[in-house]
Each structure stands twice: as C-alpha cells, then as structure tokens.
Design a protein around this ligand. Structure first.
Ligand code: SF4
Ligand code: SF4
Length: 335
C-alpha cells in the first residue's frame, strides 16, 4: 500500500528529498529508502535563477522523474522541491560541509553574484545569512562531479546580461567555472532551459560510465556536437533560398534572427517533450546553449545579422570577406 505524503515526509526526516509527486513517487518510496544509502547523493543548489531548469527536469519523460529520484539518485537537497524547510533543510548541506562528506554530485542552477554575498543567500548559520557563492565553493570541495545546469550556471546567462549603456552587470553574475578554481570536474549543461534528457542523461552517464566526453565549453559532446542549422527542419528551405520575412511565414527563419548556424544543440532531433522544436514552432533559435547568450555582443536576440560595407572591408580573410559580400548582395545579410 502506498505511503501517505505525511508518512513519507516523516520517514524522510527532513533530510532526503520529498518531491511533490505523491501518486507516482510514494509507491516506490519504501524500497527506495532502503537503497538510498547505496545510491549516489545529489545536492542541487539554486542561485540566481528562475527555477526553469528545475521545472524542465521535472518534465523528464524517459526515465520519468519518479524513477530517477527513487531508483537512480538520492536527491538530498533541492531548495524548491524538498519537503524540509528552514534549519532542518540547511542542516543537510551544512553537515555535508562540516563533516567533509565526499563523493556526491553537486548540481548548480543559476549564476553566482560576486558583487555582494547578500544578492543571493541560502539559509542562516550562526545568525548570519550565507551567500550562495560560499555554499558552491564549500560543497565543490567534496563533490565527485559538478553539473552547472542551465545557461546561467554554465555561462552567466540572463542574470549576467549587460546594461547596454555601461557594459556592467548589477550583481556581477558569474558562471560556476568562473568561481570554482578546479574546473576539471565541472560539466556545463547550458540551455534556457536545458532539455531534461541532457540533465538526466548526463547524471546517468556519470553514474554508469563516469565523466562524459566534453567539448571546449565543457558541454557533453553527446548532446552538443552539431549545429541546430545542420539538423533543422527548415534546412531544405534555406538551401532553396526560401526565407520567412515576418513571423508566421513559411521558410527558413534566418532573416528573422535565427542563430541556428552558430549554435550547437540537438533539439531539432530530440524535440521538446518529443513534440516540437524551437525552429519548428517558428520562433527560430535564440542560441541559448552558447556562451554569448543573451547579449551576443550588443546585438541581442531576434535581430537579423547586419554588416556595413566598412565592416566587411575590415575582414582580413579575403575568402570570408568575399563570402560575406555575396551574402549581403543576396539580401541574406542586411546592410
Ligand atoms: S531556421 Fe535557422 S537553423 Fe533552421 S535552416 Fe534557417 S537558419 Fe538554419
Ligand atoms: S534550438 Fe536554439 S533556442 Fe532552442 S534550445 Fe537549442 S539553442 Fe536554445
């Protein structure tokens, strides 16, 4: 007989994740608890984030989230979905630091403010608010692997966007790789949000086979080794020169600012919820898995590439200069 949510929380004792999925998760709860000690501990911290990466994770389909947390990992801490609150919750990560626990997987969602600790704090220890940067640094020491999930944790993302006039960022938001000195155990899983398969698949790879192969931006190659453009449903239209001139029109979305050519991501094949893609839905790719997102210099997103004749003349490589000129003449790049 399944446990009630109340019984579940009681057994969990406030130290193990109590996700709000009573109907599916609680059925496997007893068995899962017995095996919890053998499963890999996961500590999930949320820094400057919108929680969209967590929401995306909860939508994982195969395996579903109940299977992940009852059979594969022991989600010891997740500030949004865990049942425990206050000191009982904070004790989990505080003890992990103080007792020098090791071997857990640390997952960070959101960017880290560096201008002031108080811009993002988590819990109170000895009467003082603890900055998220301190938690990340302290917990990074004992972690077997660190997953920076979402573009904010991987590259800074939206919280690190610049004020156009000054180039400044109000909180000094940084990626995990910018604050943790030993980057060898960090895996970046960017995306705004990342596809749940990328997160679950990377965790499973870590558990079963160890560190996945990474690209130069520390992204797992198994998900980020091809451009959106190469796999896009509009590629045939692009090759025929059929471009949408305004939203809703059929054709390639390049002239509306699609960044698929410069973006590595397998969404055109993997699809969101197995149903549709960013380009397929007609919005184009905003390049959310790449480091320059969302600023793209001063260009921003949903802007068609422009190049003035002066800018083109400054391109040193004559072949590239000629190619850009041809694209401009053909109206593929605006003047
Ligand atoms: S919509 Fe974007 S990704 Fe698709 S073919 Fe056009 S430019 Fe490439
Ligand atoms: S297709 Fe583009 S916008 Fe969509 S998830 Fe991939 S990188 Fe982000």
């Amino acid at each position: 007989m399944p446990l009630s949510r109340r019984e579940f929380l009681k057994i969990m004792g406030g130290t193990t994740a109590a996700l709000a999925f009573p109907s599916v998760m609680l059925q496997g709860c007893k068995r899962a608890l017995e095996r919890a000690a053998e499963r890999t501990s996961v500590i999930w911290l949320q820094a400057q984030s919108c929680s969209g990466c967590s929401v995306s994770l909860l939508n994982t389909v195969n395996p579903d989230i109940a299977t992940v947390v009852t059979q594969h990992i022991s989600l010891n801490f997740h500030q949004t979905v865990m049942g425990a609150t206050g000191h009982v919750a904070i004790k989990v990560i505080d003890e992990a630091v103080k007792k020098r626990r090791t071997g857990y997987v640390l997952i960070v969602e959101g960017s880290i403010p560096t201008k002031h600790e108080n811009y993002c704090t988590l819990g109170i220890i000895d009467g003082h608010h603890v900055g998220i940067r301190k938690w990340v640094l302290d917990l990074a020491n004992g972690a077997a692997a660190i997953l920076a999930v979402g573009s904010c944790a991987a590259f800074g993302g939206i919280p690190a966007a610049q004020i156009r006039a000054t180039g400044d960022n109000p909180t000094g938001a940084k990626a995990v790789t910018d604050i943790v000195s030993d980057t060898r155990k960090i895996i970046n899983i960017p995306g705004c949000p990342p596809h749940p398969d990328w997160m679950v698949g990377t965790i499973m790879h870590l558990l079963l086979k160890g560190m996945p192969e990474l690209d130069e931006f520390r992204r797992p190659k198994m998900y980020f080794n091809k451009t959106v453009h190469e796999q896009c449903e509009h590629l045939a239209a692009y090759r025929r020169g059929v471009f949408a001139q305004k939203w809703g029109e059929p054709g390639c979305l390049y002239k509306l600012g699609c960044l698929g050519m410069d973006t590595n991501c397998d969404i055109p094949r993997r699809k969101w919820l197995g149903i549709n893609t960013c380009t397929g839905s007609g919005s184009g790719c905003i390049g959310c898995t790449e480091k320059p997102f969302p600023d793209y210099g001063n260009r921003g997103i949903y802007k068609h590439l422009t190049a003035s004749l002066e800018e083109i003349q400054r391109i040193e490589n004559p072949e590239i200069r000629e190619a850009v000129l041809t694209l401009r003449k053909g109206g593929i790049i605006n003047g």
